[in-house]
Design a protein around this ligand. Structure first.
Ligand SMILES: [Zn+2]
Length: 171
């Protein structure tokens, strides 16, 4: 061998990659050459520093990834919550619309029935029945029974309801 070990040869020594044929000569030179020993020590130190930096960067990347993962989880949870609220609101809106539609249809049918022959009389009978039935309930549920003064109360309720039903809507 002439002169000092090359950087490549030193690198191979560091990595334990020196070809077997050259190993004896390289190790013999290194043993007696302070210059090559110093260069090798410096290369080893730089290699270790790079390893530390890489580890630190890996750690930082891992933290960034974890933080990003947390952020995405929070966003996903928030979006899921928003969707759930939208779905619930839509469900409630549909339910309200269904009830309103059914109520309107019911009222339309009652209106149709009342306009038929005998409809008003049927309504008066129904109101009278309901009035009496509610008084019956009141008597069962309450220890204090309020009794109408006389039957004219029943008549006045039916008359009032009839006048409301007969009132023509504005054209
Ligand atoms: Zn040397």
């Amino acid at each position: 061998m002439t002169g000092h070990l090359s950087d490549l040869a030193l690198d191979e020594l560091l990595e334990y990659l020196t070809p077997p044929a050259a190993r004896g000569e390289a190790e013999a030179h290194l043993k007696d050459c302070e210059s090559c020993q110093a260069t090798l020590a410096q290369m080893r130190a730089e290699r270790e520093k790079r390893a530390v930096v890489l580890a630190s960067e890996g750690e930082r990347d891992a933290k960034i990834n974890a933080a990003e993962g947390d952020k995405q989880r929070v966003i996903k949870a928030s979006e899921a919550n928003k969707l759930q609220q939208i779905n619930e609101a839509e469900g409630q809106a549909s339910a309200i619309l269904a009830v309103a539609t059914a109520t309107a249809e019911g009222l339309r049918r009652v209106g149709g029935a009342l306009s038929e022959r005998g409809g008003i009389e049927a309504m008066q009978l129904r109101i009278g029945e309901e009035y009496v039935r509610q008084f019956g309930k009141l008597a069962k549920e309450s220890t204090t029974l309020v009794v109408p003064g006389d039957l004219s109360d029943l008549a006045s309720v039916v008359t009032m309801a009839t006048s409301i039903i007969r009132r023509q809507p504005p054209a």
